[in-house]
Design a protein around this ligand. Structure first.
Ligand code: GDP
Ligand code: MN
Length: 355
């Protein structure tokens, strides 16, 4: 899971990594201290280039900027919050990150002299790259040497040490500070922060519940954003077989989705909502061979989807197993037809999509 900048900076703050003083803006009427940098809290980088970071030195500029930021989509995301930060006077911008290096099962530090918005254009070779041990003095010295700020060797070693602990304590796989700002009064401050935490560790982080962009709990996998046939099945094996059957018929699968054994009306309805966000989908195949899953729960979700979701593509349903009789009764009451087999389903889909 990717944290938003303000969420990431709170973790840095908790680990004593220097961050700018800040205030979170939830609506346009919040009083703010000037001068200020206003930053759109969207789950994507490149905000600076897309107008998502605005410096304001007067009240009027600040209030216009806040209105602009709340309505400005960046790569399709509109922020729910804006981060207002003290304006830092920049002498230099560096790049600094630590991450889990899967190849060597170690923690790696990466740094670059010229951080900020153009970092992607730098080639790999020009980065300072070290596997870090707990000798933070040594890495501080080397890093200070590379960044040509020898007087700040101790501070750098200390920041790396704090980042290291921050990474481990928060089960993060990446902490990226870009830019790490060297201010005109010689402070090193995290100007921006990106943190990725390991979803598998969610069970020991009750605090993650409050994060804005939690991963979808479902097993939905997008296969092709031009795919025309969406599939919903239960069990990974059946879900894969359903995707295969679609592909074998010459049609294109949009997704893979295993609704799992504990699926209920709400979770299946969510699956329909996720699928219908994709405009290329012209048909939805529902293939349930119910064991622990109950067909009547799936039927209730199908009925609710038909009632609640505008522009729902045609459904091609095959339900069998636990509570299939109850499901049949429900679907018949709503004049929703079913197919006896996946094969029959797919040929009907083919006819419908290709006509
Ligand atoms: P990103 O474009 O999404 O990575 O957003 P950043 O937070 O990295 O901001 C982009 C750029 O805005 C930075 O590289 C800085 O040049 C500038 N910036 C960010 N914070 C400050 C600040 O406090 N003061 C000043 N002067 N510039 C800032
Ligand atoms: Mn940045």
């Amino acid at each position: 899971m990717n944290l938003l900048e303000y969420e990431a900076k709170q973790l840095l703050k908790n680990s004593d990594v220097p961050t700018p003083s800040s205030q979170l803006i939830l609506d346009a009427n919040t009083h703010i201290t000037l001068p200020v940098v206003l930053k759109s809290q969207v789950p994507t980088g490149g905000r600076g280039k897309h107008g998502g970071v605005i410096v304001a030195t007067t009240k009027d500029v600040a209030s216009d900027a806040i209105k602009t930021l709340f309505t400005l989509p960046i790569k399709g995301f509109v922020p729910k919050k804006i981060l207002a930060e003290e304006l830092l006077l920049i002498r230099c911008e560096f790049y600094l990150s630590i991450s889990i290096d899967r190849d060597t099962s170690t923690i790696r530090l990466l740094a670059h002299k010229s951080g900020g918005m153009e970092i992607e254009s730098e080639d790999h070779e020009s980065f300072f790259s070290r596997i870090i041990s707990t000798d933070f003095k040594q890495v501080g010295d080397e890093l200070a040497d590379y960044l040509a700020i020898p007087n700040l060797a101790f501070t750098l070693g200390d920041i790396v040490k704090k980042l290291y602990h921050c990474l481990i304590e928060n089960d993060a796989t990446l902490i990226e500070i870009n830019p790490l700002i060297l201010t005109t009064d010689t402070r090193l401050v995290a100007g921006d922060a990106k943190i990725v935490v390991d979803d598998a560790a969610q069970f020991r982080h009750a605090d993650w519940k409050s994060y804005e962009y939690r991963p979808d709990d479902s097993n939905f996998v997008l296969l092709d954003d031009h795919g025309t046939v969406a599939t919903i099945a239960n069990g990974a094996g059946l879900a894969m077989a359903t995707v295969d059957a679609v592909e074998e018929s010459g049609l294109h699968s949009a997704n893979f989705l295993d609704i799992g054994g504990g699926a209920n009306k709400e979770s299946v309805l969510d699956a329909f909502r996720t699928i219908t966000k994709q405009s290329s989908v012209k048909a939805i195949v529902i293939n349930i061979f119910a064991g622990i899953t109950r067909c009547d729960e799936v039927a209730k979700a199908i009925i609710a989807a038909k009632q609640q979701i505008d522009f729902l593509p045609p459904l091609f349903i095959r339900l069998t197993g636990t509570n299939a009789d109850a499901a049949n009764t429900l679907l018949n009451e709503h004049h929703i037809s079913q197919f006896p087999s996946l094969k029959a389903c797919i040929s009907a889909v083919k006819e419908s999509v290709e006509k």
